[in-house]
Write a protein that binds this ligand. Structure first.
Ligand code: MLT
Length: 334
C-alpha cells in the first residue's frame, strides 16, 4: 500500500511534478546539492495501519514539506521487518529509498543467522524518532480482568491460549517472549504481517492477547474495544493513566520500549544524510506531530538523539544488549 505526502504549496507541487518527470526519464546519479529532486520512498517493514506505519506517516508530511519533495510510504512486510531492510540495503545510495525501522534492526542479526545485510555496515543512520511504550492487551471478552489474573490464567491454560505478534523480529514477538519467559510458558503464537492486522483480529476475538505499542492500542483501550492490562514502562503514561506498569502489576521483567529510527544505504553521501537528519529534526519539533504522538502515548526523542551519531550509538548498544538474550533463549527466525 502506498500513500503520497505532498508539500502544501501548490506552486511547489507543479515544480516537483516537472522534476519527477525529468528524474523518471534520466534516472541515475544524484548531486547532493540538488537533493531531493524526485519523490522519496519511506519503506515501512510492517503492514499499513500498524505502529511503525503510524509513526512513519506522522513524520512524512512535515519532512516532505521541509525537503520540498513528495514522500511515498511503501509497506514491505515479511520476516519480522528483514525483507524491507534488505530491500533498502540493496537500493541505490541516493537518498530516495529510506527505511523506517524499530528495535527489530538490532535483534535481526541474532534472530536470522543468514541475514542478507549487516545493520551497522550496510546502512547509514539518519536519526532516532521516538521510543514507544508497549501495552499488554487482550480481546475484550478474554476472561482475565487484571495482569495478575492473566498470569494465572495463562499458566493454567497454556495449551489453548493464543498470543498474536508481527513475526519473529517484531517488537510484539520480543515482548511476548519476555512474557512467556516471566510466566514460564510456551504459548501458541499467531504471526501477522504487522500488529495493525493483529489488532483487527484481537478486536474481532480471533486471538486472545498480545503485547503491542501504544501507537496502535491506545484508542482501542480507551474505547473498550480491547482490554488493557499494563504498560511496559517504569512509570505510568499520561495517555493511559489508569493502566498499571508491568512492575506494579507483578511482571517487572517485562519492561521494553520500541525505539524507531531512519536508515539509508551505506554509500549514501553524508550531505544527503544531513538533509534527511535536518528534516527529521524539524518534523519532530512540529507541534502537530508532538500533540499526535502524545495522544498515542509517546513523544519525539530529545533533540540530541536526532543525529546519526546518537542513532548509531543506540543501534550498537541495542545489538550488544539483545544478541546474548536471544542466543540464550534459542529463538531463531530461520
Ligand atoms: C508494526 O508496525 O506492525 C510493528 O511495529 C509490529 C511489531 O514490531 O510488533
Amino acid at each position: 500500500m502506498s500513500h503520497i505526502y505532498r508539500r502544501r504549496a501548490a506552486g511547489a507541487l507543479v515544480a516537483s511534478a516537472a522534476l519527477l518527470t525529468t528524474a523518471a526519464c534520466g534516472g541515475g546519479t544524484e548531486d547532493a546539492a540538488d537533493y531531493p529532486s524526485e519523490e522519496i520512498t519511506f519503506v515501512v517493514p510492517f503492514a499499513a495501519g500498524g505502529p511503525t506505519d503510524t509513526v512513519t506517516r506522522l513524520i512524512a508530511e512535515p519532512m516532505s514539506e521541509e525537503l520540498g519533495q513528495q514522500i511515498v510510504v511503501q509497506n514491505v512486510e515479511g520476516a519480522g521487518g528483514t525483507v524491507a531492510a534488505g530491500q533498502v540495503a540493496d537500493a541505490e545510495a541516493e537518498g530516495y529509498e529510506v527505511l523506517i525501522h524499530h528495535i527489530g534492526m538490532s535483534t535481526a542479526p541474532a534472530l536470522y543467522p543468514d541475514l542478507a545485510y549487516a545493520p551497522l555496515e550496510d546502512f547509514k543512520t539518519v536519526g532516532l524518532i521516538t521510543d514507544v511504550p508497549m501495552t499488554i492487551v487482550a480481546r475484550s471478552d478474554f476472561e482475565p480482568e487484571t495482569l495478575e489474573d492473566l498470569v494465572t490464567y495463562v499458566s493454567d491454560n497454556a495449551d489453548t491460549v493464543t498470543l498474536a505478534n508481527a513475526g519473529i523480529g517484531a517488537a510484539s514477538q520480543l515482548c511476548g517472549l519476555l512474557i512467556e519467559s516471566a510466566i514460564d510458558v510456551d504459548l501458541t503464537e499467531v504471526p501477522y504481517d504487522g500488529t495493525g492486522p493483529a489488532l483487527t483480529d484481537l478486536v474481532g476475538g480471533q486471538v486472545d492477547f498480545m503485547c503491542d505499542q501504544t501507537t496502535n492500542t491506545t484508542g482501542q483501550i480507551q474505547s473498550g474495544e480491547i482490554k488493557g492490562y499494563a504498560v511496559t514502562t517504569p512509570e505510568r503514561i499520561d495517555a493511559l493513566p489508569d493502566l498499571p506498569t508491568t512492575a506494579e502489576a507483578g511482571l517487572a521483567d517485562v519492561e521494553v520500549g520500541v525505539w524507531h529510527g531512519i536508515y539509508v544505504p551505506a554509500d549514501t553521501p553524508d550531505a544527503i544524510v544531513q538533509k534527511l537528519t535536518d528534516a527529521l529534526a524539524v518534523a519532530l519539533e512540529d507541534q502537530g506531530v508532538i500533540d499526535e504522538m502524545a495522544k498515542l502515548g509517546t513523544s519525539p526523542v530529545p533533540a540530541d538523539q536526532v543525529t546519526p551519531e546518537a542513532h548509531t550509538a543506540k543501534l550498537e548498544e541495542q545489538i550488544d544488549l539483545w544478541t546474548p538474550i536471544i542466543e540464550d533463549a534459542g529463538v531463531t527466525g530461520e
